[in-house]
Design a protein around this ligand. Structure first.
Ligand SMILES: *Cc1c(COP(=O)(O)O)cnc(C)c1O
Length: 228
């Protein structure tokens, strides 16, 4: 739990990031008033993981906010967010990617997409294994998806105290990113994002290639799950 203001927390986290790493302020479950506090302190990129919630916040908050969708996305809800989201970090199946392409094309938007890798030993059932992601890249249908271009890789580390294990997982993700970049995107500057690092491990992530950290509680404090 942090006891400082949102502005101070943002300044602290930002001061820990190299210039090549951007901050996604994860505002899920937090009220619009807290997002406005961050906005007034200069933050423009916010991350959300529920469709209903991000739609509602988008409608209420300033238009120059960049909304990044970072949670599991059901294919039947893609249509609700494609009109406005600026990036989808959590593409976890080929089918979801196809659906984003279809809906983004329908509304004439281009939404950069990140492939979510499943590296953590435990919990989440979402994401491509390294082999599945490599197969998907090899198979190549994504090359036709000009409205949902692949812009990089996202992952979450295991929820453990062992910093060495977390560092190893981020390093595997980074190595996968570099191999994919060399093999499939050598001529394509769009593929450039490495989305890893949260409140507890962003300081490790920035040492392993992260270009986007997704930090929530370190900025906004504990989430109030009753609030949503
Ligand atoms: C909630 C969430 C975060 C932020 O988590 P904190 O521990 O609060 O920083 C980052 N990424 C994803 C995918 C999340 O769902």
């Amino acid at each position: 739990m942090c006891h400082k203001t949102i502005r101070e927390n943002l300044q602290f986290v930002s001061s820990q990031l190299p210039h090549s790493t951007r901050l996604v302020a994860v505002s899920k479950y937090h009220p619009t008033s807290m997002i406005m506090e961050a906005y007034e302190a200069g933050q423009r990129i916010f991350g959300e993981n529920h469709v209903q919630e991000v739609v509602k916040k988008y409608e209420q908050l300033p238009a120059d906010i960049e909304w990044h969708f970072i949670g599991h996305l059901q294919t039947n809800k893609v249509r609700q967010i494609v009109p406005f989201v600026r990036m989808i970090h959590s593409v976890d199946t080929p089918h979801l990617h196809t659906q984003i392409e279809k809906e983004a094309s329908r509304v004439g938007r281009v939404i950069p997409c990140l492939l979510q890798l499943h590296l953590a030993q435990e919990d989440t059932k979402f994401g491509f294994t390294i082999n599945e992601a490599w197969d998907y890249l090899t198979q190549g249908t994504w090359r036709q998806m000009s409205h949902a271009p692949l812009a990089g890789i996202m992952c979450m580390a295991s929820h453990v105290d062992d910093e060495k294990q977390i560092a190893d997982e981020f390093e595997r993700a980074h190595q996968f990113f570099l191999d994919a970049k060399n093999t499939f995107f050598a001529q394509d500057p769009t593929f450039r994002e490495c989305s890893w690092g949260m409140s507890e491990d962003y300081h490790i992530a920035v040492r392993h290639g992260s270009t986007l950290v997704r930090v929530g509680s370190r900025i906004f404090g504990e989430r109030d799950y009753g609030q949503k």
